[in-house]
Design a protein around this ligand. Structure first.
Ligand code: SF4
Length: 198
């Protein structure tokens, strides 16, 4: 694209004005707010991977006295080099939110127990993990046994069930997803997908 001297000066003038205004805004905003103490002082740095999508950005979790106090992009990570999108930037809010005084407090929306809604019910019930895992295993087995097809209508061997599906998670690492895939195939599932298409 050809830029004339005139349009170059216009662009440069616009950019300078924007930078000046932005600088003024930053200065006035920071002058109005009292300076916060550095939250990550003496915190232990624990590297992790963002759970939200398949980009797999690196995040540093700062933990102090067993409590998560900050999360931020990992500058040493080869994928994101410290940058994060809006979802990754808000990772800490999965566990904590800011109250009116600007302090971190546990996020009341975070689920910490299994909730189960029975078929046709409009209520959620709390369940323990033993009941939950046993019930899931039992229902998978019953469904597979009732719907497994060895051959299709043309007599071709298919060894499949179309009554079960598996949806993976970006919270899992490569090895876990490999195992999920293996067990899904072993059960005869052909409907296998992932929230981030990993
Ligand atoms: S959600 Fe955003 S921060 Fe997280 S892995 Fe994807 S692109 Fe990176």
């Amino acid at each position: 694209m050809k830029i004339s001297r005139r349009s170059f000066l216009k662009l440069a003038g616009g950019a300078t004005a924007t930078a000046t205004l932005t600088g003024l805004n930053v200065k006035s905003a920071s002058a109005a707010r009292p300076r916060e103490p550095i939250r990550v002082h003496y915190a232990k740095e624990i590297p992790t991977i963002c759970p939200f999508c398949s980009v797999g950005c690196g995040i540093i979790c700062h933990v102090q006295d067993g409590k998560l106090v900050n999360t931020e992009g990992d500058a040493d990570h080869p994928i994101n080099e410290g940058t994060l999108c809006s979802k990754g930037s808000g990772l800490i809010n999965m566990a904590y939110i800011y109250n009116d005084r600007g302090e971190l407090e546990p996020n009341p929306q975070r689920l910490t127990k299994v909730l189960y809604r029975a078929p046709h019910s409009d209520k959620w019930e709390e369940k323990d993990w033993d009941w939950t895992l046993a019930t899931i295993a039992q229902r998978i087995k019953e469904t597979r046994d009732a719907t497994f097809e060895k051959t299709d209508a043309n007599g071709v061997t298919v060894n499949r069930t179309t009554a079960l599906a598996h949806l993976g998670s970006a919270m899992c690492n490569n090895e876990e997803n490999y195992l999920f895939h293996k067990y899904s195939r072993a059960l005869g599932m052909i409907n296998i997908d992932h929230c981030a298409r990993l």
